[in-house]
Design a protein around this ligand. Sequence first.
Ligand code: HEM
Length: 422
Amino acid sequence: MSQTYGPIFLLKLGSKNLVVVSNPELANQVLHTQGVEFGSRPRNVVFNIFTGNGQDMVFTIYGEHWRKMRRIMTVPFFTNKVVHQYSDMWENEMDLVVDDLKRMMFDDKFESLDDPLFIEATKFNSERSRLAQSFDYNYGDFIPLLRPFLRGYLNKCKDLQTRRLAFFNNYFVEKRRKLMAENGEKHKISCAIDHIIDAQMKGEISEENVLYIVENINVAAIETTLWSMEWAIAELVNHPNVQQKIRDEISTVLKGKSVTESNLHELPYLQATINETLRLHTPIPLLVPHMNLDEAKLGDYTIPKETKVVVNAWWLANNSAWWKNPNEFRPERFLEEDGGTEAAVAGGKVDFRYLPFGMGRRSCPGIILALPILGLVIAKLVTNFEMQAPPGEGKVDTSEKGGQFSLHIAKHSTVVFKPVAA
Ligand code: HEM
């Protein structure tokens, strides 16, 4: 549509306004120069249920509550200290990413993939993802008159949300709460949830907010990282030359030492492969929607208040005006070609063609965890295995499936892992 209607257009979807922004200059305005004006989030009828009307952090409006939640989440999740603290564990257990996030969060881990709690958590998260990402409910969201027809769907969401929050509370949060109470003053804060409960005990946030932080991490961290891994593996299977180049880089640079979180920065080709994966298959292609609480200006246009504003990050990263042969999977482009659309932003330059984690106030704080996790997973897989399509199938299918926010691989293919000769 941006090819027909230009870099900014407004769609009227029933009672709602939607603005789509598709060039680097306007993306800069939404995310950076007017980051406060466009720093809120719209929620639809289903997301109202899954966030308790914005008691969370990801889908709350820009303001005091968001600032407090983001500050409280930063120390336990989004600092270099945390990355270093958990990197040994990631290096040892790369294939159990969900596990790693759980230990980081609750100082605990699932016993195995058969652990009933793991199965239950996965079931709850998949069902929440299915209901939230589906397009089945848009009609009732856009046209309030039709909302009664959504009653069954919304009741399903409410029921799931009640059971899912109770599950997080009963099996994970309460356990830490009891331990903290038993230890009293002597308790050493040792995982993310301790930090969050501590903030609640100091009266900064409510018990509900604690649960919504757990909920946000379950959604924002796990699925995005898994979708990205799936895309990376699929492209590596289809590009054995890229696998070989990563292997060569690791052996030349590290000379037999293992890849660790602290030496990932010495491996530019590996990093370029991750960048190329997130460019071609941007997992959140329109970012998480932004919203202006008051009427605002964007380019030459007046944007009515409470408009949903999406930045088309996928198009920015796949437009042939800014990228050579954008359909090609070619990590080299990140090493050999000049960005050309960089804009000065406090503390450095930002390439507004390439925004898989967003930019500015509402950008993804999890980038600090996601990039090393992806780097380690890919490095470990490629150094140990040649990843191939099953015999007789030249390539794995990289068709895409979109949801309300997501772009993930449509089909889960079988991949052959052939050990690399020592
Ligand atoms: C490859 C993996 C990931 C991708 C591609 C990704 C992408 C994004 C994007 C596009 C946004 C919205 C930016 C905007 O609206 O401007 C976002 C927000 C967010 N992400 Fe991530 N993310 C990833 C991993 C993670 C991880 C691992 C965590 C947590 C451990 C995380 C936590 C969050 C949170 C809390 C927000 C909301 C920020 C706010 O509204 O202030 N993400 N992410």
